[in-house]
Design a protein around this ligand. Structure first.
Ligand code: ADP
Ligand code: MG
Length: 317
């Protein structure tokens, strides 16, 4: 007997509440959530479609993890604390082995970051996963992408490009154990602690979902400024360089978009020192350029402007 809709929800997605601000979670027509008076509600949603955002036959644990992680990354970029998630799930069949892996990936990550799954919707259809994530930020403290200023330094966190290289590997070989690059694609680490730290120092921030270069362009357009990126300063990870020639590794760093690192701007001087002193141990940051007046993003190497082949890195074309 295949599992019915209500049993499926009860078995895989209904958990005792972990947060005391959940007045009512899964089970009624809607969830009831308490928002403190001095906080602003932050809401984000992202959809993952089979064959577009993950490969057909991908590990259900990774699909569940990434469906939440991409939203956690959006809240990190706003400097927010995640709190409550809704899950809209379209699945071709009630496959219990698949559902159990999917729920484990999603709910383990949720509990790591203190997020309660408080509701959702479950339908039969092509495999499509939408998570809506809500969280809190002290009133007036949210980070934005539209507030970078000329003179600021442009930073990126971690090791951008590793996940895109991992995906390239997943797409070309179906055998072999998953190395660190593949794991970075399947289980990206949302930079929540960094985002929380940055809300006291950064002038702007956003997460990198479409590639460092393309997303720097978006940040600049939103802020009405331009940026000059120094290619000599890019953080090219040792693992990327071990697996790829330097020019290919640089392409992954500039155009790879699945790491969910943060880009952000800091005024030079005290703010940079303060952030560096308080950085989470697992989260290096690198100054890759400078914000200027004007528009667009320019790249230079050894002081000379270079034209970088344009367009976001698209893994599926
Ligand atoms: P309704 O028809 O009243 O919208 P549903 O049958 O869609 O109710 O859902 C019943 C309850 O289960 C609701 O509280 C809903 O939020 C929750 N729910 C449904 N699907 C999921 C899911 N995939 N994850 C978490 N909660 C879910
Ligand atoms: Mg419903």
């Amino acid at each position: 007997m295949p599992l019915g809709e209500f049993d499926l929800i009860a078995k895989f997605f209904s958990r005792p509440p972990g947060r005391d601000d959940v007045v009512l979670g899964v089970g009624d027509d809607a969830a009831l959530l308490r928002v403190p008076a001095d906080q602003t509600l932050v809401a984000a949603t992202d959809t993952l479609v089979e064959g577009r955002h993950f490969l057909t036959g991908a590990s259900p644990e990774s699909i569940g993890y990434r469906a939440l992680a991409v939203n956690l990354s959006d809240l990190a970029a706003m400097g927010a604390e995640p709190a409550w998630a809704l899950l809209s799930l379209s699945i071709p069949a009630a496959d219990e082995i698949w559902l159990s892996g999917f729920a484990k990936g999603l709910l383990t990550l949720a509990s790591r970051f203190g997020v309660d799954l408080v509701g959702g919707d479950t339908v039969r259809g092509p495999l499509v996963v939408t998570v809506q994530l809500m969280g809190l930020v002290p009133a007036g403290k949210a980070l934005r992408r539209s507030t970078a200023r000329p003179g600021d330094l442009l930073f990126v966190s971690g090791w951008p490009g590793e996940a895109a290289a991992g995906l390239a590997r997943l797409r070309t070989s179906d055998a072999g154990p998953a190395g660190p690059l593949v794991r970075r694609f399947l289980f990206p680490e949302p930079r929540l602690r960094l985002g929380r730290l940055l809300r006291d120092y950064a002038t702007s921030a956003m997460d990198v979902s479409d590639g460092l270069l393309g997303d720097a362009e978006k940040l600049c357009a939103a802020s009405g400024v331009s940026a000059c990126i120094d290619l000599d300063d890019l953080p090219v990870s040792p693992e990327l360089l071990r697996c790829h020639p330097a020019t290919e590794a640089e392409r992954f760093v500039l155009h790879g978009g699945d790491d969910y690192e943060l880009i952000f701007t800091l005024p030079p001087g005290k703010a940079v020192d303060a952030v560096r002193e308080r950085l989470p141990a697992d989260c290096p940051i690198t100054a890759v350029g400078r914000i200027e007046s004007g528009s667009g993003v320019r790249c230079q190497r050894a002081g000379a402007t270079v034209v970088v082949p344009g367009g976001g890195y698209d893994h599926f074309t």
